[in-house]
Design a binder for this molecule. Structure first.
Ligand SMILES: [Zn+2]
Length: 100
């Protein structure tokens, strides 16, 4: 896992800014990225005194892109109406709780 390496992987050098937190070229989500690197060593302070940092993703279409951690959609895992697999998982977990 190279996500938290100190030195950036070579593929981050050509990364372009993805404004929608998905691959700017093919639109793939971060879940489909082949590699991730998070630049936690140089966080930036936002207007609200909250830290954000660059998250680099290497897409399977061979595009490298990055986005601010603060731009990550907050409800990605909380709500998953379009993702049937995740909905099933939520259901299974709910059943587990009931059985216990
Ligand atoms: Zn892509």
């Amino acid at each position: 896992m190279e996500a938290f390496n100190i030195t950036p992987p070579q593929w981050t050098e050509s990364a372009i800014h993805g404004f929608d937190f998905c691959c700017p070229k093919c639109g793939a989500s971060t879940m489909e990225a082949q590699a991730v690197w998070i630049n936690r060593r140089s966080p930036v302070y936002t207007e609200n005194s909250r830290r954000k940092w660059q998250e680099f993703y290497h897409c399977h279409c061979n595009t490298s892109w990055w986005a601010w951690s603060s731009d990550r959609p907050p409800s990605k895992y909380a709500r998953s109406e379009q993702d049937d697999d995740m909905s099933d998982l939520d259901g299974d977990l709910g059943d587990l709780d009931l059985d216990l």
